[in-house]
Design a binder for this molecule. Structure first.
Ligand code: PLP
Ligand code: COI
Length: 340
């Protein structure tokens, strides 16, 4: 089957595809899971996911390579992060093999929707783990659903590789110092909706959050991690217990060192010391690498490399990462998982 879509201009929108994977957890164990054409979840009105936010999600992509095959980027890392999130919210872990096989089966079943090589598009996978069942007290569910659905996507931020501006949230935090910031749970994103809408309304791509304890250090973007590159060739990213440990960020720390000869640094990024960076960006599965033109903070826009052009080191990192993801550049061992 072939599908005709405007592959070059997909944006980041939900699109209902023919197949998704679903598995049920009951009586202390997962069933064997299956593909289904039913894109509606049938759950109890009292499900803890709905009332108390006992839910988690992941995001990863399938890439069409030049030879027409399809591959995943580090899906084991998403499986492991979902396991850590599940531990934090007292949900059962999904084994890595189940997770990766579920992702592969959804890609295979919807293969016609994996965008062509060269279009810039990818198939975005959204694994979701939710606590369900008839429970009304504040306690963990006894039954769970794990599902993986997919949709073809393009750029998350409008600019793509063109820089866009971000704004610091001075009034709102997305997570508490030792809350659930490092877990990929919906509550963090619920907290980011209001500041996110305000930022978009003011013409910014997204919000930069500061550390919730002192509001002096950059934490991350509402939908991605932050990085900066210094004049003396350091690739710097914030280290904090309340930011999401981005798989893209850890991949870039490694590539920056091994392939660009930069010094990888995880540490404090004081918001009052942005002058040290000659380039900056947001990184994540959806964001890929989105260059940050400037950061608006305390009524001033701090511009990094340029408001209109991507910086040369950010561009080299982008080419390396995306080249690996689409199979054009050799990947570090274990990063690529072929579908089929
Ligand atoms: N930070 C937040 C808040 C995110 O939602 C995401 C997206 O997954 C990231 C960072 C980037 O993480 P990853 O690179 O694993 O996609
Ligand atoms: C991702 O990059 O996969 C994300 O989850 C970010 C976003 C769409 C919330």
């Amino acid at each position: 089957m072939s599908v005709e879509l405007d592959w070059e201009n997909l944006g980041f929108e939900y699109r209902k595809l023919p197949f998704r994977y679903i598995a049920y957890y009951k009586d202390g164990k997962w069933d064997s899971g299956h593909l289904t054409e039913d894109g509606t979840l049938h759950i109890s009105e009292s499900s803890p996911a709905l009332h108390y936010g006992q839910q988690a999600f992941e995001g990863l992509k399938a890439y069409r390579t030049k030879d027409g095959s399809v591959q995943l980027f580090r899906p084991d890392q998403n499986a492991e992060r979902l396991q850590r999130t599940a531990d934090r919210l007292l949900m059962p872990q999904v084994p890595t093999e189940t997770f990766v096989e579920a992702c592969k089966s959804v890609v295979k079943a919807n293969e016609a929707y994996v965008p062509p090589y060269g279009s810039g598009g990818t198939l975005y996978l959204r694994p979701l783990l939710i606590g369900v069942g008839d429970i009304i007290g504040v306690k963990p569910a006894e039954e769970y659903i794990f599902t993986v659905f997919a949709m073809p996507v393009g750029n998350y931020f409008k600019g793509g590789l063109a820089p866009t501006n971000f704004v610091v949230s001075e009034d709102f935090d997305r997570a508490a110092p030792y809350g659930t910031g490092a877990a990929k749970v919906g509550g963090n994103y619920a907290a980011s909706l209001l500041p996110g809408e305000k930022a978009h309304g003011a013409g910014f791509s997204d919000v930069i959050y500061l550390d919730p304890a002192t509001h002096t250090k950059i934490e991350e973007v509402g939908s991605a991690n932050f990085f900066g590159i210094t004049k003396d060739n350091e690739f710097v990213t914030p280290l904090s217990p309340s930011i999401l440990p981005s798989i893209t960020k850890y991949s870039l720390l490694q590539l920056a060192e091994e392939r660009l000869g930069l010094k990888p640094v995880e540490g404090d990024v004081p918001i009052d010391d942005l002058d040290r960076f000659i380039e900056a960006g947001a990184c994540g599965t959806a964001a890929v690498i989105s260059p940050i033109g400037g950061i608006f903070y305390k009524d001033k826009l701090h511009v990094f490399y340029s408001e209109t052009e991507v910086g040369p080191l950010t561009k080299r990192l982008y080419d390396e990462l995306v080249g690996i993801q689409f199979g054009d550049i050799e990947a570090p061992e274990g990063w690529i998982v072929k579908v089929d």
